[in-house]
Design a protein around this ligand. Structure first.
Ligand code: PHE
Length: 377
């Protein structure tokens, strides 16, 4: 009897201690997960660099609710199962008040249910697959979603590229890729286009010649490749090797300075992709961000860096408006985000917890990403 009373007493003390300590006492603990190593390491590095800038800026100007923000970042090595492990650790061991990540949709989909079950708000900076935020009311994003990206690409293909016969080459291991391929197929057909061939690969494959040969035999006017930069370069090189000369185009997954490394630079000349921001945008918010980022990291930011910075700023703004680190209050304030002035433009969160904002099309010229056009929602 006595023992169990003591046990309960200790449990209550420990519980209250952890509860009070949530958010780290004199610090506000924010968790982040991303692919800092592995084949998609530029995704993780660009996003954590962007987010760190946001944290430094807030801490430099006095912090949040009178406290400093402390960022705890874990590497998920680009693996969905590891994403689950580290998010569990962030919530259970580190007691973070909110989570930022992942950028890749497959990993966001794997880890978001853990945030949802524990009622810890999560913002993905760059996962565009619609299913991510559909996981629950604690899951948000600061980027557009792929049905919109498919509309953007359809308009671009029909009006600017002036093509009607398109082939698709998608990555079957990647939720983002299969989703975007399906949305595009639907949109493009609805706009009067024809999908002449659909072929698949798996991330990490090295030989795409069989798929490309099948595509070539159907004589498409362009090839849509909704994959990540890690495979697109090699696909482009092999497409040119077998004599495919038509333009290739893709979505935001192409964006990495590694896309045009080596022989991919020439193979991708005159190809296009849609993404979240153009570094050529003269808007002072964009140019200042580039300047600060370059000063600190000695390299150019990419879409992920911009979006992760915005994800951080939107999270901190919600905590400020909540006046508390209470998870439910933060969630409610996140849901109320309207016309937030981010470095990727004005961000409003809709009732599906997605951001509604324009997309840009970039053209690859001499290995650089040149601004081509903006498509409004
Ligand atoms: N949108 C991609 C996804 O959901 C991730 C991505 C965003 C990749 C921006 C590159 C640039 O998987």
């Amino acid at each position: 009897m006595k023992k169990s009373f003591l046990g309960t007493f200790i449990a209550v003390v420990i519980f209250s201690f952890t509860a009070c300590n949530k958010g780290g006492g004199d610090e506000i603990l924010i968790g982040e997960y991303g692919s800092l190593t592995g084949s998609e390491a530029t995704f993780g590095i660009s996003s954590t660099n962007g987010l760190k800038l946001a944290v430094e800026e807030i801490n430099g100007s006095g912090g949040l609710l009178g406290k400093k923000i402390k960022l705890i970042t874990y590497d998920d090595q680009g693996k969905p199962s590891e994403a689950q492990t580290v998010v569990q650790r962030l919530i259970k061991n580190d007691n973070v008040v909110a989570v930022i990540g992942e950028v890749a949709s497959s990993r966001s989909k794997a880890a978001a249910p853990i945030c949802q079950q524990n009622k810890i708000p999560m913002i993905t900076p760059a996962s565009t697959n619609p299913e991510v935020t559909a996981i629950g009311d604690y899951i948000f994003r600061v980027c557009f979603i792929d049905p919109f990206q498919a509309t953007v690409l359809t308009k671009f293909a029909i009006n600017s590229l002036k093509v009607k016969r398109v082939a698709i080459l998608k990555d079957v291991k990647n939720a983002y890729s299969t989703g975007l391929a399906d949305f595009f197929e639907k949109e493009f057909k609805a706009a009067g286009g024809e999908i002449v061939e659909i072929q698949s690969y798996s991330a990490g494959d090295k030989d795409f010649k069989a798929q490309l040969t099948a595509i070539k035999s159907r004589n498409p006017e362009a090839i849509f490749i909704p994959g990540y930069y890690t495979d697109v370069g090699l696909i482009a090189i092999q497409a040119r090797e077998i004599g495919i000369t038509v333009p290739l185009f893709g979505g935001d997954g192409w964006e990495s300075e590694k896309l045009t490394e080596g022989k991919a630079k020439d193979a991708l000349e005159g190809c296009y992709f849609s993404t979240h921001v153009s570094t050529e945008n003269p808007d002072p918010a964009v140019q200042n961000f580039i300047k600060k980022y370059k000063e600190k990291y000695n390299m150019m930011p990419d879409a992920m860096s911009f979006l992760a910075y915005d994800a951080g700023m939107i999270m901190f703004d919600a905590i400020k408006r909540a006046g508390s680190t209470d998870a439910e209050k933060i969630r409610n304030e996140l849901a109320k985000t309207r016309d937030f002035g981010g470095v990727t433009g004005k961000i409003s969160i809709n009732d599906q917890r997605n951001a509604v904002k324009p997309a840009v099309i970039l053209e690859i010229k001499g290995g650089l990403f040149k601004y081509k056009e903006t498509v409004q929602p």
